[in-house]
Design a protein around this ligand. Structure first.
Ligand SMILES: CC(C)(COP(=O)(O)OP(=O)(O)OC[C@H]1O[C@@H](n2cnc3c(N)ncnc32)[C@H](O)[C@@H]1OP(=O)(O)O)[C@@H](O)C(=O)NCCC(=O)NCCS
Length: 168
C-alpha cells in the first residue's frame, strides 16, 4: 500500500472491483448490483493505486429536485478501502465528481450520508431531509434497515455550486 493514487474515470473493467468495494461498505452505502454499476459506469470515478482500485464515487442527476434546468446532483457510492483511508483519497474523489458535474451547472450538490464529518470537512452543510423528499421516497422506501427515513440517522447535506462554476 502506498499513498500514491490516481483519480480517473471508471472503466468497464473496474466494475467488479467497484462492486466489491460498495459491498464491503454495505452497512453505510446503498447497495448496487454489478449490472447497475456497469450501466452507470460513466458516472463513476475510481481511485487507483497501481493496479488496485482503492476508492470510488459516483453521481446521479435529479431533475425532480430543483428546477429541471438547474437540477440537483447527488453524490453517491463514496468509498475508500480501509487501509487507504485518511490519505486524501475520499476528498479527491468527491472533488473530482464535483468538478465533473460542474459543467452541467447544477443548482446544488447533495449527499445522504452516515459520514457527516467527512462531508462537512469538504464544505457540505446539513439540510432538512424534507429538501430531498423525492430521493427519500424512491431510495428510502426500499431500505431494509429503517422504517422511517426521518428517524434514520442518515444526514442530508448540500454544497452549493459556486457561482460561475462550469462557465465557458
Ligand atoms: C468516508 C470515507 C469515504 C472518507 O475517505 P478518506 O479517503 O479516508 O477521506 P480523506 O482522507 O479524503 O478525508 C478528508 C477529511 O475528511 C475528514 N474525515 C475523513 N474521515 C473521517 C472520519 N472517519 N471521521 C471524521 N472525519 C473524517 C477529515 O477532516 C479528513 O481530513 P484529515 O485527514 O486531514 O483530517 C471513508 O472513510 C469510507 O470509505 N467510509 C465508508 C463508506 C462511507 O461512509 N462513505 C460515505 C457515504 S456517502
Amino acid at each position: 500500500m502506498t499513498s500514491d493514487f490516481t483519480i480517473r474515470p471508471a472503466r468497464l473493467g473496474d466494475a467488479e472491483a467497484v462492486f466489491a468495494l460498495i459491498h464491503l461498505n454495505r452497512d453505510l452505502l446503498v447497495p448496487r448490483s454489478l449490472g447497475n454499476i456497469v450501466e452507470n459506469i460513466d458516472r463513476f470515478l475510481v481511485a487507483a493505486d497501481g493496479a488496485d482500485i482503492v476508492g470510488c464515487a459516483a453521481y446521479q442527476i435529479h431533475p425532480e429536485l430543483g428546477k429541471p434546468e438547474a437540477a440537483t446532483v447527488e453524490i453517491q457510492s463514496v468509498a475508500v478501502r480501509a487501509p487507504w483511508r485518511r490519505k486524501g483519497i475520499g476528498r479527491a474523489l468527491v472533488d473530482g465528481i464535483a468538478e465533473r458535474v460542474s459543467v452541467f451547472r447544477p443548482h446544488e450538490v447533495v449527499v445522504l450520508t452516515f459520514a457527516p464529518e467527512f462531508f462537512s470537512s469538504l464544505g457540505f452543510a446539513e439540510i432538512p431531509k424534507t429538501r430531498v423528499m423525492h430521493k427519500l421516497y424512491t431510495g428510502c422506501i426500499n431500505c431494509t434497515k429503517h422504517t422511517d427515513p426521518f428517524t434514520c440517522p442518515e444526514i442530508a447535506m448540500e454544497r452549493k455550486a459556486p457561482s460561475g462554476r462550469g462557465e465557458g
